[in-house]
Design a protein around this ligand. Structure first.
Ligand SMILES: [Zn+2]
Ligand SMILES: [Zn+2]
Length: 213
């Protein structure tokens, strides 16, 4: 749950300057080999990283992000060994949403990705919005769905809905006021969330009478 929320909500969009006329980031990557480490006060490099040989030289990878329109730029550099190449399939993030029960479901990372258990490409869960969005935020998320295993290994779904700061369920960046377990299908879980409305005082909220158990 926390990982799913963090995938979408813990990252901040890199901001352009106000009134940027053409907000587009150009992203480039560079690796420099055998860069001399800067030595502070004559002390050679040490660090707690296992496997680091604390050599005087190392490979450095930098990412340069610029916007030609507003002029903002950022350069992020680090040890080349620390760079991780991955995919949207592994991250969940960046994959298109699925539509179910009239809602949009944004996938989280597959927990077993790369472990080859047959389910290794299935997301941990999904964050849910009512309309298709460019970014899932705390303002537009209305629920989440997770796969659960019943006692006889039947696949069941758990859904949470009605985000509220003092909600009873979950922890992390969003808490939820309502929860349903043992839902029979992905679509049933989406429909249950849809029926909860969003606690924004707009009168959209409906009782959970349609809950499929
Ligand atoms: Zn080191
Ligand atoms: Zn810009």
């Amino acid at each position: 749950m926390t990982q799913l929320l963090n995938t979408y909500l813990a990252w901040e969009e890199l901001a352009h300057a106000p009134q940027c006329a053409d907000p587009r980031w150009v992203v480039d990557i560079r690796t420099e080999h055998s860069v001399y480490r800067s030595i502070t006060h004559g002390t050679p490099h040490t660090c707690p990283t296992p496997g680091c040989d604390h050599a005087d030289r190392h490979d450095v990878t930098s990412v340069r992000i610029i916007c030609s329109s507003c002029g903002r730029a950022r350069i992020i550099s680090g040890d080349a060994d620390a760079v991780r190449t991955t995919s949207t399939k592994a991250l969940g993030y960046g994959q298109p949403p699925r539509k179910a029960g009239g809602l949009w479901l944004y996938p989280g990372a597959p927990l077993l990705f790369g472990w080859g258990h047959g389910e290794d490409e299935e997301p941990e869960g999904y964050l849910v919005t009512r309309t298709r969005v460019d970014r899932v935020t705390t303002d537009n998320v209305i629920g989440a769905i997770f796969k659960d295993r019943g006692p006889r290994r039947g696949v069941k779904w758990v859904a949470v809905a009605a985000p509220a700061p003092d909600g009873e369920y979950g922890y992390g960046l969003v808490r939820w006021s309502r929860k349903a377990e043992g839902l029979r299908s992905f679509t049933a879980a989406a429909k249950w969330i849809s029926a909860q409305g969003k606690d924004t005082g707009n009168g959209e909220s409906t009782p959970a009478t349609g809950t499929e158990r």
